[in-house]
Design a protein around this ligand. Structure first.
Ligand code: MLT
Length: 330
């Protein structure tokens, strides 16, 4: 039996420490070959992934010796947590370790769009000096609409407050009396109210059946004609064709997308549009964010393999026996 299979590019000091203590097989491209992954996973006690490895029911069934899935990140759309729980497999994750990095990219995108920084940069590099064309707008005094007021949405709100923005938020699971609401000074509103009032909309929802394609023609039509739309959550929550129509028809002012429905994306008209910023799912990718993510996930995987509990777990801290899972102790 082997210890740890790493099927994506997860590197850092703590990964080196994990390699010194356990038998770690590092195959950063393995996520691209599901069949090979299915053949290999059965030998290992732990599988460590980012967001590209499909940890579905079939893979979990093939991973007969698995005790823990280490998800180096926060989105769980690539991990079937129910199937893992049924098999008594711990799902460890990093729910807050990259949140600051994501929040900072959102602020960068808001400024990038409102001041047209990427377009002005391209124009100047190619010999232009178009000062009037690049007259932007301030964030000060504008309304920021946050869809999904979890950890990242909260951190974005706190930073936007420093810019003098008014914060409104829509989140079906947050109460108006919550600490987060009073701390970041947000007003909770319905989604329709948010779309109608926000000058900048930032999306922070997980991918679920309820959120897939939630930003469609109808929702873009409800936004202000100069609204700036920022998505650093999951690409699948946006109907990209609807977004392209909204941008072409000038029904919204601009968009910044770090995530796409298909990653890497196919060729898209979005790449030709001046009022669009596109980045390759890098919101969590900072030196500090990745250091926290990698050290946390490696420590938790090691803890489970040593028989101690994971600190950041989605279902339970230690593997469960089939008797425990069938008793319904999840
Ligand atoms: C996350 O879910 O943590 C980020 O989107 C980055 C990733 O998926 O690895």
């Amino acid at each position: 039996m082997r210890d740890v299979l790493v099927s994506e590019n997860i590197v850092g000091e703590e990964m080196e420490a994990l390699k010194r203590s356990f038998d770690v097989v590092f195959e950063p491209q393995l996520w691209e070959e599901q069949d090979a992954l299915l053949r290999r996973v059965g030998e290992f006690r732990a599988l460590v992934v980012r967001n590209q490895t499909k940890v579905d029911r079939e893979l979990l069934a093939a991973g007969k010796k698995l005790q823990v899935i280490g998800r180096a990140g926060v989105g769980l759309d690539n991990v079937d947590v129910n199937a893992a729980s049924e098999r008594g497999v711990v799902v460890a994750w990093t729910p807050e370790q990259n949140s600051i990095s994501v929040a900072e990219l959102v602020i960068g995108m808001m400024l990038g769009l409102s001041r047209m920084i990427p377009t002005a940069d391209r124009s100047t590099r190619s010999g232009g000096w178009e000062r009037q064309k690049f007259t932007g707008t301030e964030l000060f005094g504008k309304t920021l609409g946050i869809v999904g007021l979890g950890r990242i949405g909260f951190l974005v709100a706190m930073r936007a407050r420093a810019f003098g923005m008014r914060i409104i938020a829509h989140d079906a699971f947050v109460s108006p009396d919550s600490f987060m609401i009073s701390e970041c000074g947000a007003t909770l509103v319905s989604l329709d109210e948010l779309l109608a009032q926000a000058d900048v909309i930032s999306v922070h929802v997980p991918k679920t059946p309820q959120t897939v394609l939630m930003f469609n023609d109808d929702r873009f039509a409800r936004m202000k004609p100069d609204a700036l739309f920022v998505n650093t959550s999951r690409g699948e929550v946006v109907d990209e064709d609807a977004l392209i129509r909204a941008l072409k028809d000038k029904r919204i002012g601009g968009a910044a997308l770090d995530v796409r429905g298909i990653e890497p994306p196919e060729k898209s008209p979005l790449a030709e549009m001046e009022n669009v910023i596109l980045t390759p799912h890098i919101a969590a990718f900072t030196v500090e964010g990745q250091r926290r993510v990698v050290s946390s996930i490696c420590r938790d995987v090691a803890a489970v393999l040593r028989g101690e509990g994971a600190k950041y777990y989605v279902n339970f801290p230690r593997p469960r026996s089939s008797a425990e899972t069938t008793r319904g102790t999840l």
